[in-house]
Design a protein around this ligand. Structure first.
Ligand SMILES: Cc1ncc(COP(=O)(O)O)c(C=O)c1O
Length: 393
């Protein structure tokens, strides 16, 4: 069997229509197929490859760590310098009170940990999250997700979860004394890139404070520079109680984290001790890659360039079939009339060598989330091919 047949035969499928793009090598913004195919990756493996594929500095850090050690011990026991240095680097990007990092393997796991932490710290049980939010696919993360179609088949899920409308000031009234936490994507991703206002986030922060609820910001998709700030919440002059990250954090390696104040995180130590456990969380190779990723974002001034690159894309993607472009930095959604109009465009763009896709809960919009390393030339080329795909589909 060839690779494609093996994929269909032996790998679990989650749809009947996988993209089936076969990749032999990836570098920078490009994916290369086995038969000379070359694709510009405009989705970064869904918001992961912020520093591009196989950034040389990330590879170097991985290689250096390979020569030292791989897994040594379950999380939280041994002093492993990739973890300690990463925690220090993360805390330096954050306001002073976010000074304690719990490292995990993925976004969903980070959300699970943050939910447990909020329940344990506040002693309350109810969680508020948003309509059309996506926080992951594990039971807890799914429970606070905001799309009933994806939840229905798996009920019963966690009790005590209420969905409010993202960005809707009136809905903040639903946060009350029984609310342990409000979990919210700072920029909603799978809803099709929805951006709240500063007034909304400030009111949300105030309401959480009044009610003694923790504010958990999910920056799994928006974090690590994608929106033009290291953390998206910096756009809104607010500070969360817990920040959650993954995806772009590892430069292509699996890692996630939830970060809080040391006093808050301290509840995991008692009654019961080992309140949250992971074997592989903060794997030393992933942690080394993550440190390098933060260094690359800074040394190459990638975050500072985000706004200019996003504006270039917006100025180039002009067509009668494009109804709107919603974005915060390089987290972008290009809206068409319907899925039926968009789908052939995405298919044709792939044939022409540009990879985009749509969103879990918004199928009339094209996702554009390129590596932040993408150059002006690469943007021009990609946009020209998208326009060609629109014309030809
Ligand atoms: C905002 C957000 N939160 C959580 C997750 C879940 O992360 P993971 O797939 O690493 O479990 C995702 C993944 O797409 C996400 O976009």
């Amino acid at each position: 069997m060839n690779n494609r047949q093996l994929f269909l035969q032996h790998l679990a499928q989650t749809t009947d229509f996988p993209l089936l793009i076969e990749v032999e090598k990836a570098e920078g913004v490009y994916l290369h197929g086995p038969n000379g195919e070359k694709y510009i990756d405009l989705i970064s493996g869904i918001g992961v490859s912020n520093v591009g594929h196989r950034h040389p500095k990330v590879l170097k850090a991985i290689q250096a760590q390979l020569d030292k050690y791989l897994h040594l011990m379950v999380y939280g026991e041994y002093v492993q310098s990739p973890q300690t240095k990463l925690a220090e680097a993360l805390c330096k990007t954050l306001p002073a009170h976010l000074d304690n990092v719990y490292l995990v393997n993925s976004g969903s796991e980070a959300i699970e940990g943050a939910l447990k932490l909020a329940k344990r710290y506040t002693g309350k049980r109810n969680i508020i999250s948003c309509v059309n939010a996506y926080h992951g696919s594990s039971q807890g993360a799914l429970s606070i997700g905001g799309n009933e179609i994806f939840k229905r088949a798996y009920r019963p899920l966690l009790p005590g979860v209420t969905n409010i409308q993202y960005g809707e000031l009136a809905d903040l009234e639903q946060i009350n004394q029984d609310t342990a936490a409000v979990v919210i994507e700072t920029i909603q991703g799978e809803a099709g890139i929805r951006v709240g206002t500063k007034a909304y986030f400030q009111a949300l922060r105030k309401k959480c404070d009044e009610m003694g609820a923790l504010l958990i910001l999910d920056e799994i998709q928006a974090g690590f520079g994608r929106t033009g700030k290291f953390w998206a919440f910096e756009h809104f002059d607010i500070v969360p109680d817990i920040i959650v990250c993954a995806k772009g954090m590892g430069g292509g390696m699996p890692i996630g984290a939830f970060i809080a104040n040391k006093e808050v995180m301290g509840v995991f130590k008692n009654n019961p001790l080992l309140g949250h456990i992971t074997t592989f969380g903060g794997h030393p190779v992933s942690a080394a890659a993550s440190i390098a990723t933060i260094e690359v974002l800074k040394s190459e001034s990638l975050i500072e360039q985000v706004e200019t690159k996003a504006n270039l894309i917006k100025s180039l993607l002009i067509h009668t079939k494009i109804q709107e472009i919603r974005n915060k930095g390089l987290m972008m959604a290009v809206k068409f009339e319907s899925f039926e109009v968009l789908k052939p465009i995405i298919d044709r763009a792939i044939e022409l060598g540009v990879i985009t896709d749509w969103f879990l809960f918004c199928d009339d919009s094209m996702r554009i989330a390129p590596p932040l390393t993408i150059t002006e030339e690469e943007i021009k080329n990609a946009c020209q091919l998208i326009l060609q795909a629109i014309e030809e589909s």
